[in-house]
Design a binder for this molecule. Structure first.
Ligand code: GLU
Length: 546
């Protein structure tokens, strides 16, 4: 068969050669050991936690090694494309502090290895498609979807492997004349790789999983679809070669097609990148208690937008993902509370290969610690940024009272065991609302032990003797004296021992005071809060109870 002629018939417009492509996209000049990594999200408008998970690994290993991290938009699947999806990916990654050195940007490309949107690379793929045809390694296939379905049924019934291979590859040896006729009659075709019938095994050294073995590809898989757009398999191999990726970090769902990729790298005479197949994100199912994959339909936490909407600080997400990603991260963090997570020496070999567990309680815990370590001014800034996007009224409020807000954020932070009240920016709006008259409301009920008469008397006398300049000890002495005067036990254990002798204990009194001042029984130190609020607000809030 004259494959050169066949190639010319199929790709009459392709004049460039693979060598031209190699010259256009030369090896990068980077320091020894520098890694080039990427993420390749599809522009579906849905950015999921897995995208960030893989991005973070790529970002770490590229930037730790002085390499390049880039964004490639994998838009070969036309049906799934959503307008504005590229911006969505970029914005989401930016929000989480993942920055690309090169790749697709909202209005084009940034870098010398583009275009970075696969649909714009059609001509590049066709150069290599033509080259494979010329070498007899690819051929046009005219099987219709119905014919393929029928074949699959027949193969299944005969307990044979389904697919186009060997004797089932009907168009493998079609003559040039026949191909020309079929083309002339307008019949749709795809370009298939010519698989080898083999029972060989191949092995790949996955940087996360170690050696993985699998049967060598024997399928005539599709390289170009009928519209000339490549499949993921072909695009992946061409792009990661020409963009000079050193590592391909992607979900383990791609392991099953790895043999096709290895086949193509070999056929094209290219060196394979280092594959890093990451574990699937899992969660504990609330109903069954078992582990299962995160599902787009059932689990809002799979969407990256969930974490943005909830106002989880990007630092907390990083910290959380690093905890899942590297088994020694928690230990490192415990030994070093102050360092930036970017100082952690991230390593592919410390990754787990069993499912990565996404536990939102753990995330909240981590988030509390992360916010707990942040200076109040940083919290203010990050929280305000979030409010500007998701809670405009609150943004207005904290912008109106910047000093009070920063002072409020500092309450309880200087203690030996600092309070960890803040979990997310959304929850912060709720938790901090009592600091502003505009949002202050009484949420908890006054303790039943404090009847109306004692309540009125308490607040009247408290206000009469209130001196805003009292230090914490002087203030507390006054509270104790008043507690006693009202017939409440100053020591809670006295009340416990002899409940009949007292109306209640100092705990009930301070709870009452705390609720009047903050609306909640569980709130930070009353003396500190009073000083953040200022004397006028304190007096006004308490006077309502007299
Ligand atoms: N477009 C692929 C996906 O969304 C990317 C896989 C890869 O990184 O190679 O799963």
């Amino acid at each position: 068969m004259d494959y050169i002629r066949l190639a010319d018939i199929l790709f009459p417009d392709v004049t460039a050669s693979p060598e031209d492509m190699e010259k256009m996209f030369p090896e990068r000049s980077l320091p020894e050991g520098a890694c080039v990594t990427r993420i390749g999200p599809s522009p579906t408008g849905f950015v999921h936690l897995g995208n960030l998970y893989n991005a973070l690994i790529g970002e770490r290993i590229a930037h730790q090694s002085g390499g390049v991290f880039y964004l490639r938009i994998e838009d070969t699947d036309n049906k799934r494309e959503v307008e504005g999806a590229v911006e969505t990916v970029i914005n989401a990654m930016n929000y989480f502090g993942v920055h690309f050195d090169e790749g697709a940007v909202s209005d084009g490309d940034n870098g010398n290895y583009g275009p970075y949107r696969q649909r714009q690379r059609k001509d590049i793929y066709h150069v290599f498609a033509k080259h494979l045809v010329q070498r007899g390694l690819a051929y046009p296939c005219f099987l219709t979807a119905e014919e393929i379905d029928a074949l699959r049924e027949q193969q299944t019934a005969a307990k044979e492997n389904p697919g186009i291979y060997g004797k089932y590859a009907k168009y493998r040896e079609t003559s040039i004349e026949e191909v020309q006729q079929l083309l002339d009659s307008g019949k749709e075709w795809v370009l298939r790789y010519r698989g080898t019938e083999t029972d060989e095994y191949i092995s790949v050294n996955d940087a996360i999983r170690g050696k993985v073995e699998m049967p060598r590809n024997n399928m005539d898989f599709v390289l170009l679809k009928s519209d000339g757009i490549p499949t993921y398999h072909f695009a992946h191999v061409v792009d990661d070669h020409l963009m000079r990726s050193t590592h391909v970090i992607r979900g383990e769902e791609w392991l099953s097609s790895l043999s096709m990729h290895v086949e193509l790298f070999n056929a094209l005479g290219w060196q394979q990148p280092i594959y890093c197949h990451t574990a699937t994100l899992m969660k504990i199912d609330e109903e069954t208690g078992g582990k299962r994959k995160l599902s787009k339909r059932k689990d809002p936490e799979l969407a990256l937008s969930y974490y943005q909407q909830e106002g989880i600080s990007p630092d907390a997400i990083w910290e959380f993902l690093l905890t899942i990603l590297n088994s020694n991260y928690e230990e490192w963090r415990l030994a070093d509370q102050e360092s930036d997570y970017r100082d952690f020496p991230y390593s592919l070999s410390k990754m787990s290969i069993s499912g990565a567990l996404v536990d939102l309680d753990k995330l909240r815990d981590i988030s509390k610690n992360v916010i707990g370590r942040m200076p109040a001014e940083t919290i203010y800034k990050e929280w305000l940024n979030w409010c500007d996007e998701y809670s405009k009224d609150f943004a207005e409020l904290i912008r109106k009272y910047p000093e009070r807000t920063v002072a409020a954020l500092n309450v309880g932070r200087m203690a030996a065991k600092p309070r960890k009240d803040l979990e997310t920016w959304k929850q912060a709006c709720d938790f901090m609302s009592f600091y502003y008259d505009e949002t202050f409301k009484i949420s908890d009920e006054m303790p039943a032990e404090c009847d109306e008469a004692s309540r009125k008397q308490f607040f009247a006398e408290y206000l009469a003797s209130y001196d805003h300049s009292d230090d914490s000890a002087a203030w507390f002495d006054k509270v104790k004296a008043l507690t006693e005067k009202l017939g409440f036990a100053v020591k809670p254990k006295d009340f416990k021992k002899n409940p009949d002798q007292f109306k209640g204990s100092i705990v009930h009194i301070t709870n009452m005071l705390r609720i009047a001042l903050t609306g909640h029984a569980n709130a930070p130190d009353i003396h500190e809060v009073s000083h953040v609020l200022g004397e006028d607000i304190v007096r006004a809030r308490l006077a309502k109870w007299c």
